[in-house]
Design a binder for this molecule. Sequence first.
Ligand code: GLN
Length: 195
Amino acid sequence: MRIGVLALQGDFARHAAALGRCGVEAVEVRRPEELSEVDGLIIPGGESTTLLKLMDEWAFVPALEKFHAAGRPIFGTCAGLIVLAREVESPRQFSLGLIDVTVERNAYGRQRESFEASGTVTLDGRAHPLEMVFIRAPRIRRVGVGVETLAEHHGEPVMARQGSVLVATFHPELTDDPAVHRYFCDVVSRARVAA
Ligand code: GLN
């Protein structure tokens, strides 16, 4: 099993290292054709406007739509979540619409743009304590029916899943706990068996 990390911009090296800690081969993806070599994809944090510009330049949008339609899992963190969402506010901008959530960019206000929090994540029905690092994070303002909330912070969803699409507003690649990446690896491995 190989999992790609979209390596156009942002925090991709840390995700590759986190996959390595789960014993999974990580592949940096820089061209759409490289998606055919991976079973799942992580879209890292960074700056969503820059990420979108580069995705557009390299024709990643139709390629990611095809990847998703083929049932291959995608995990978006922070800016990665913003590009996967159905709807983006503050300001409104294009997004792939692969998970039915509305997100508001940079929504924690200046004084708390970046912070850490302890919370609980529920993976496969089991609750784990989790340290969460938020960096100029978006907030999930609406969750559609069919979207499962896996973690909350102050009663708001911060990690969610709809079918093969997983998203988090925080950065699990910046802590040593491999639980979230391990969960995504399991999602990818089950999707491979089903395919
Ligand atoms: N603030 C960034 C955006 O709106 C996201 C920040 C991040 O990915 N850490 O795109």
